[in-house]
Write a protein that binds this ligand. Sequence first.
Ligand SMILES: [Ca+2]
Length: 459
Amino acid sequence: MKIVCRIKALLLTLLLTSVCNAATKPNFVIIFTDDQGYADLGCFGGDHVKTPRIDQMAKEGAKLTSFYVAGNVCTPSRAALMTGSYPKRVGLAGGVFLAGDKNGLNSDEITIAEVLKSAGYATGMFGKWHLGDQLEFLPTRQGFDEFFGLPYSHDIHPYHGNDKKYKFPPLPLMEMETVIEEEPDADYLTKRITERAVDFIERHKDEPFFLYVPHPVPHRPIHMSPPFMVDVSDAIQAKLKNEEGVDYKTRDKLYNQVIGEIDWSVGQILDALKANGVDENTIVIFSSDNGPKLGKAKPLSGGKGSVFEGGQRVPTVIRWPAGIPAGQSNSTLMTAMDLLPTFAKLAGAELPSDRVIDGKDILPVLAQGGVTPHEAFFYFNANTLTAVRSGEWKLHLGKKAALYNLDEDIGEKVNVLKSHPEIAEQLQAYVAAFETNLAKNSRPAGYQADAKTLTKREL
Ligand SMILES: [Ca+2]
């Protein structure tokens, strides 16, 4: 058995070496949904949703069961994905942006799109940005050759939660740096974003490309195109037709169906890769930007906005026929911050050397079953470091201090702090070292004193 394993490992190394040496650089596709829970995929145990295409993708690649985003709400999580750095390090841990916010992702940050662009990649983003809506903060100024979508969440508009105290401008749908529609019909956003993604693949199949597809859903309010409204009662259909503003509660009932449209979208992208002959050498990763508001995180505790596992441990599937062995369920700790350095290495791109990047190269973990490159992973509630994980142990800090063994207690129910003070001490030491490092090596968010909201009239 051991010999067989060794031969397998050797073959994998050879395969990997040949892939890395190949003249053809791999393409990268990141599909990033909004507020989808850990259990909201069939392959993650969700029997309330139907996700045949993503489940099949997991069979042909790997299901990553300890994959973390570095923020428990949209903006911090996306800042970390784009920069490979903790949100606090780039000044964006504090919360989410609204329309006309003075802050954004600093133009001095070097995003994953900019890193890949420097290695000759075509870069496209279709979906929701949420890293600042001022001109200097837009995706087109952060390495994306193409952008179609929303500058922020689709609930930031005049009907925000039916709450009259907010006076947001009409939701802008953008093409590059222009608002092309106000208040687009949100039912069709997933479809339109998917069509753009497929079109991008068709146009760039002959060169290396990086495609980023951050869907605005299943963030509230739920919207989907009509073919996916299946098994919806007449009463709900009638309510949707008569609604004034947006009836969030009725739309919440359509959560399982919206996951169906996301699955369809993933299928369209995978089919396009195959039809264009680039399926074999394209890395596709599917994940969510934070835990659920509506969906399920079972067996994890907590959801969106929480530092329990349900807030940041997200359902993640990766597929790369040329380099990642099929059929894995990999429980090694990995993070969304790791994609920047991992993709950079595969693309032959230089990483910035003048700043701290928290992400690590996870290719050895994905391709050869290596150990996690993270000694510790840190959880923040806004700007406060609130928990730390190292190996199987997770320590919650502060007044509600608690220690959990995640291997035995993934739901964080049994506090074993009293019986393992030495482990808590070790984890505290990681926190102290990291806070010192952050204090020395942090970078500010972008700031625009003269910020304006994006509306068609002003452009
Ligand atoms: Ca989110």
